[in-house]
Structures are given as C-alpha cells and as structure tokens.
Write a protein that binds this ligand. Structure first.
Ligand SMILES: C[S@@+](CC[C@H](N)C(=O)[O-])C[C@H]1O[C@@H](n2cnc3c(N)ncnc32)[C@H](O)[C@@H]1O
Length: 371
C-alpha cells in the first residue's frame, strides 16, 4: 500500500481511495520514465475525485479483491483502444502508434474524452488482468543464470513461475550490455544493451539450455493476435525502448520453443521438482511475482523448493533465482539460492536494478569465497 500523509485514509473503494491508487502509479511512471502516463494518471485521479468519466469506468472495479494493479489495467485498457484504432484523437498523443507526447494538455483532454466516449467498452477491458511480460528484467536475471552455469558446469533446466507469455524463457538468446561488458548474440533481435550499469561476470560465453518450461495462472499466448495485443497494450505508450524489446522477443517465440502451463505456481513447482534430473542444473526463477501471492501459496512454493533442495546432488543441483521489489519505486533485488546436496542452501544477493530491468548493478563477488 502507498504511504499516505493524509490524516484520514479514504475508505476502500471510495473515489478518494482510487484517486490515491492512480496518483501512486503516476509517481511510479514518472520515476520510471513515462512522463505521458504520469500526466494522464494524475488527470484521471482528479477526474475520479470529481466523479467524472474515469470514475464511471473504475467504480465497478474497486470491489474488495479486484483492486489488483487497477491503475495499470486502466491504462492498458485505454491503450488497447488506441492500438485497435478505436481512439483516433488519443492516438495523436501516443508514440506507440506514431503520435507525439509533446502537448500534455491536449493529451489529457483527448484521454478524458476517449474514456467518456468508450466508457462501456473500457468497463469490460479494465477487468482483464495486468499482462506485462517485461523482457528487460532478463538483464537483471542473466547474471544469476551465468553464476549457476559457471558454478555447476552443467547445462540449465529452466523453470519460470509466473512466466506470463514466457518471453524470458528465451533469455539466453538476448543481447546484454553496459558498463563496458556484453554477453549474448550480437545479432539477437532483443537488444538489452545499456541496461547494465555495473555488469555481472560474463563467463561462460555460452550456456546450454536443456528445457524451457514455465507456468502462469493466466498465461498469455504470444503466438496469437490477442496475446500480442495484450502484451503490447501493457507497455506504457511513450516507452519506445520497451516496445522494441517486446517486438524482438516476439520474433524469438517461434524460433525458440518454450511451454507455459496454465497452473498455480505452488502445485506446478512441486510437480516439476518431484525427482531430481541428473546432468542438469534446475533453475526455478521468477520476476515481479511474489507480491501477487497469498501467504499460503508463497509458503507452499517455498516448501516445495526446500524439499527439492534436500534431494539435490552435485549432479542434479537446484537453484532459485528471483528479481523482486526491495523498495517501492526503483529498486529491485536479484537473489540466488542454491542447493547441491553437499551443504545447506546458499543465498546471495547478486544485483540491484529498476523494476523493468534498467540500471543493473552487480553486487556479488563472482566466485564463492571471493572478496
Ligand atoms: C507482474 S506479472 C510478471 C510477469 C513476468 N514474470 C515478468 O516479469 O514479466 C505477474 C505474473 O504472475 C502471475 N501469477 C500471479 N499469481 C500466480 C500464481 N499463484 N501462480 C502462477 N502465476 C501467478 C500472473 O498471472 C502474472 O502473469
């Protein structure tokens, strides 16, 4: 929950509460480089407080249990109208379709007019789940994968939970760089150059992947038009670098097969880890998933990992890699736990980065026992 300096906290579901959610997301968008969404979300917050068209759309979605990522779902719903050519006047201000975000006042007016005109459609679209699959997060995770590959000398078995469309199951086909280092194929359609500020060690130069599987409670199929639309609508309309990454990752979808099962991550992880797979290092990983988990699901997931960790051997080691928030706006942590049967689990904080994988700062020493 956002920290409030107000003396009275608005009641759950009241316009004041929704306005606070929208302003909170506006602050995140501003901090993460989307001036357009920051501006539009602040305008939406004021409109909600005034009982305007934004409130008419959102009022039905603030019932208990349905407030999850409401501001992002609202912006994705509106973006979807633009992407499907139903909102020509707003499209003029959305760089994702060739518009320009140079006139914030005109963008605000077009946004509010679009919400009013399409209120009925938006009420339905806002009910769709938040479907961001952020490829940039691989820039934070990759150092963890390389650490496991280097430490074990084994091929990797990739198990991503909360994988969304599974785009980051292809992380080894992306190009990474920054801070004077680079890793990956120079000809990759996904260029994450510049996301590393303090780079991780970049050996080994190549990693063998023997399995790419994931699960999500509501997977997105990136091979379908609807899946691609959902993923594209979830990217903030003025963030061209993120669109380029998404487009590149979608090109890899058919080239590099991966499966994402529709399954809750606690049951799925327990089933996948039921018996060790010799000759490969199993890496269970996730990014920006933990905050969506009820306590009991999180506990079952961790218990499945701990039980599998006890069965791990040097020939069938287990790793748990995660990129999750550390503090609210900018900083996420990349943490790696490993089990190899010879010692208790070893947990290391490897790196810090932004929520979308920017400004990766490698923290860990590159070798166990190092400085
Ligand atoms: C914010 S998205 C992050 C998606 C992806 N990991 C990324 O970084 O782009 C969170 C994902 O977790 C999934 N999720 C939430 N709870 C889950 C659960 N209990 N089991 C499986 N997936 C879950 C959601 O459906 C959603 O796709």
């Amino acid at each position: 929950m956002p920290t409030s300096t107000r003396s009275t906290v608005p009641a759950e579901g009241a316009p004041g509460h929704v306005a606070e959610q929208l302003r909170d997301q506006a602050a995140s968008c501003a901090a993460m480089g989307s001036a357009l969404y920051a501006h539009l979300l602040r305008a939406a917050a004021a409109d909600v407080e005034a009982g305007g068209p934004c409130w008419a759309v959102l009022a039905a979605h603030v019932l208990p249990g349905r407030g999850d990522a409401l501001a992002l779902r609202f912006m994705a719903a509106t973006h979807r109208l633009v992407l499907t050519r139903r909102a020509a006047e707003l499209a003029l201000h959305y760089p994702s379709v060739g518009g320009t975000a140079a006139d914030p006042d005109a963008a605000r007016a077009a946004f509010l007019a679009t919400v009013e005109r399409h209120a009925e459609a938006l009420r339905l679209l806002v009910a769709l789940p938040c479907q961001t699959n952020e490829v940039g997060r691989a820039a934070g995770l990759v150092g963890g994968f390389l650490t496991v590959a280097r430490d074990t000398g084994l091929p990797l078995r990739l198990l991503e939970v909360g994988a969304s469309a599974g785009l980051n199951l292809r992380w080894d086909r992306f190009r990474y760089g920054g801070g004077g280092a680079a890793w990956g194929r120079p000809d990759s359609p996904v260029d994450l150059g510049g996301l590393w500020r303090v780079p991780p060690p970049t050996d080994p130069a190549a990693v063998e992947v023997v399995e790419r599987s994931g699960c999500d409670r509501q997977p997105v199929d990136p091979a379908t038009a609807e899946g691609r639309l959902a993923l594209t609508a979830s990217v903030w309309a003025d963030q061209s670098a993120r669109f380029a990454r998404l487009k590149g990752a979608l090109r890899l979808v058919t080239e590099v097969p991966a499966t994402v099962d529709a399954a809750p991550l606690d049951d799925w992880t327990a089933a996948q880890l039921a018996s060790p797979i010799p000759g490969a290092a199993t890496v269970v990983y996730h990014s920006v998933v933990d905050e969506y988990l009820p306590d009991e699901v999180r506990a079952r997931f961790r218990a499945a990992l701990a039980a599998a960790g006890e069965r791990a051997t040097p020939d069938a080691p287990l790793a748990w890699l995660r990129l999750e928030p550390v503090d609210r706006l900018r900083s996420h942590g990349v943490v790696l736990s490993t089990w190899s049967g010879s010692a208790p689990a070893l947990t290391r904080t490897l790196a810090r980065c932004g929520a979308h994988g920017s400004d990766v700062e490698w923290l860990a020493s590159d070798r166990l026992g190092g400085p």
